[in-house]
Design a protein around this ligand. Structure first.
Ligand SMILES: [Zn+2]
Length: 194
């Protein structure tokens, strides 16, 4: 699996200091913003980061990774850094993966679920965290996140099983793609080719 580095998707440098943590569990989110076409995904990543930094006053995008509708993965804040939340729970120790879209208003595409599972499988392996720790944001705070079109895959254990299948099949790897290849991939996403 590869993740598009922040510079390649047009993200900004962190705007403040991070608090370090040790990842102990994995929590899934949605952005709660309809993605009309996946060509918008890189611009949405920039918009979310801009809002989190300028609107919320956070150091960076709240999440460690973003996943778009076609399963492209975007690097967020460093995994060593505690995430941020506008809701009432402490994200310390949580590996935060966010799916782009509003799954209270749409169902989640299969390619997106698969990529979320890929990222979680990498996290489970990288941090030695059991897939049984996978939860939705709504399990921790008063929110509908990650939406009724996604949460059932978490509550019924099917996302956990997809992660287990990946962990047992092959050691999941994650390459942060940067430079020309990453810029070309972002261009392909924006023209609907990826
Ligand atoms: Zn959330």
């Amino acid at each position: 699996m590869q993740a598009i580095c922040t510079a390649a998707w047009g993200g900004r440098e962190p705007a403040g200091a991070f608090t370090n943590h040790t990842i102990e569990r994995m929590t899934v989110h949605h952005t709660a913003a309809l993605l009309d076409t996946n060509r918008n995904a890189p611009a949405r990543a920039r918009a979310h980061q801009r809002f989190h930094i300028d609107g919320r006053g956070w150091a960076d995008l709240a999440y460690h990774f973003l996943v778009d509708a076609n399963g492209n993965v975007y690097e967020g804040r460093p995994v060593t850094a505690v995430g941020d939340t506008g809701t009432n729970y402490d994200p310390t120790g949580h590996f935060l993966v966010c799916a782009e879209g509003d799954f209270d208003r749409q169902s989640i595409p299969a390619a997106q679920v698969a990529a979320v599972a890929d990222v979680l499988a990498w996290g489970a392996t990288q941090f030695g965290v059991d897939p049984s720790t996978i939860r939705g944001h709504r399990d921790w705070a008063s929110t509908s996140c990650p939406g009724d079109g996604f949460y059932p895959l978490i509550s019924d254990g099917s996302l956990e099983q997809a992660v287990r299948d990946r962990v047992s099949a092959v050691a999941p790897s994650l390459t942060v793609l940067c430079g020309e290849a990453a810029v070309a991939l972002v261009a392909d996403i924006e023209t609907g080719l990826a």
